[in-house]
Each structure stands twice: as structure tokens, then as C-alpha cells.
Write a protein that binds this ligand. Structure first.
Ligand code: C5P
Length: 231
């Protein structure tokens, strides 16, 4: 079968990371978490004591970032300068400032090229997937990074569903306090991010899947049907 590229965009809490990973594992594809690359750039700048407001310095640091993106959906380990940063880049000290790096247009141009190279490599026999292809997820994959992807999906969910999912993930509960604590992280970050990417509405030819009323298995089933139709 021909290699396939699946692009999935969506806001935080839409379930795109979980769904993308599960989809890649089920279809024998590689998996690319592009948000993790912006998080890694943020981690790297902080490690190098680069002020995140110094856009030129952030771009220069990102250019030489020795990042190794794991693309195995069963174990997407991310290594930077020999350090396993897979867990560290999820901490709120990174989440709370990552938008500052992600809104840097030079950084976006650089990471876009790295993402395109990883996607292209997975369409070749030598890649992790053995040439089967990749699921790449983020905010601008369907529109900017891989607008020519074989399958393009916008995964959405209403705000209440997204807040509940993130609250459970970050605080282990969905009580009022957990929801309030999550609100800034989710809604605030999406507002900042949407100044550079229009991931809240689907571009032409992008299939929108609303997961508000669906659990993970149900969402995965819908996504797999869309992929099967395209293959
Ligand atoms: O998906 P995740 O929450 O890990 O993404 C972290 C941040 O990376 C987002 O808040 C956004 O600022 C940025 N991002 C982006 N473009 C992408 C993926 C993520 O700007 N394709």
C-alpha cells in the first residue's frame, strides 16, 4: 500500500494527542507530536538562559537545538542534547510560557521545515514506519505543515468537554476547583495560540470531528473510518 500522511489539528483538550497516538499504533504508522517540538524549543531556551521575549535569541537557539523526536507511537521518547525531556516538557512551567515561543515566526518557520522532513522520511522505506507513513498532530498541520496530507482532520470538542478532560489529566478530578485551575491553562493558551494558527475552524477539505459526546474508543472509530475511506 502507498504511504499515508494523516494530519490532525485541534485545540488543547480535544483529545488529539491520545487519538493520534492510538490511530498511529492501530494503523502501523509513525507518530509526530508537533506541540512537543514547541515545548522542546521552550525547554531548550530556558536551559540556555535565553530570554523568551528576545525573539532573535530564541530563533537562534532553536536553529541549533539538538532535538531527537521519537516517532514510535508506543514510545514517543523525546531527547534534547542527550537528555530525555519527554516528561519535563509537560510541566506547567513549560505549558505556561510555550505560546511565547510558538508565536515566534522564525521559530515556526524552522520547526515547520523539521516537521516536513520527518513526515517525508516516513514516506520512505528507511523510516520508522518502514514507509507506511505517519500521523502528525498539532495546530497548523492541516493548513501549513502538510496541507497536501492524504487525510486532514480537525478534532474539536466544546469548551466544557475540553476543560473536563484536561482537569482530569492535570488534577485527577473534575470538581469546581480543578475546572477553575484548568480554565486559564486551556482557554488562555488557546486564545494566545489562535493569534498565529486558525485551528478552531476547519480549512477547505478538512474533515471536522466533534468529540464532545464521544469517548476515546468512539472517537478513534470515527477517525479510523475517515482514514479508511481515504486509503
Ligand atoms: O499540543 P500541545 O499543547 O503540546 O502544544 C503546545 C504548544 O505548542 C501550543 O500551545 C502551541 O502554542 C504550540 N503549537 C503550535 N503549532 C503546532 C503545535 C503546537 O503553535 N502545530
Amino acid at each position: 500500500t502507498a504511504p499515508v500522511t494523516v494530519a490532525i489539528d485541534g485545540p488543547s483538550g480535544s483529545g488529539k494527542s491520545t487519538i493520534s497516538r492510538r490511530l498511529a499504533a492501530a494503523e502501523g504508522l509513525a507518530y509526530l507530536d508537533t506541540g512537543a517540538m514547541y515545548r522542546a524549543a521552550t525547554w531548550w531556551c530556558r536551559r540556555q538562559d535565553v530570554e523568551l521575549t528576545d525573539t532573535a535569541a530564541v530563533a537562534a537557539a532553536t536553529e541549533v537545538m539538538p532535538l531527537d523526536m521519537g516517532v514510535d507511537p508506543g514510545d514517543p521518547t523525546i531527547t534534547c542534547d542527550g537528555v530525555d525531556i519527554t516528561a519535563a516538557i509537560r510541566l506547567s512551567e513549560i505549558s505556561s510560557v510555550v505560546s511565547a515561543v510558538a508565536t515566534n515566526l522564525d521559530v515556526r518557520a524552522q520547526l515547520r521545515e523539521r516537521q516536513r522532513a520527518i513526515i517525508a522520511a516516513e514516506r520512505q522505506p528507511g523510516g520508522h514506519s518502514g514507509g507506511r507513513g505517519i500521523v502528525a498532530e498539532g495546530r497548523d498541520i492541516t493548513t501549513v505543515v502538510a496541507p497536501d496530507a492524504d487525510v486532514r482532520i480537525l478534532l474539536t470538542a466544546d469548551e466544557a468537554a475540553r476543560l473536563a478532560r484536561r482537569a482530569r489529566e492535570l488534577h485527577g478530578t473534575v470538581d469546581d476547583q480543578a475546572i477553575a485551575a484548568t480554565r486559564d491553562e486551556v482557554v488562555g493558551r488557546d486564545a494566545q495560540d489562535s493569534t498565529v494558527s486558525t485551528f478552531l475552524t476547519a480549512a477547505d477539505g478538512v474533515v471536522t470531528i466533534d468529540s464532545s459526546a464521544l469517548d476515546i474508543d468512539q472517537t478513534l472509530a470515527v477517525v479510523r473510518r475517515v482514514v479508511a475511506q481515504a486509503r
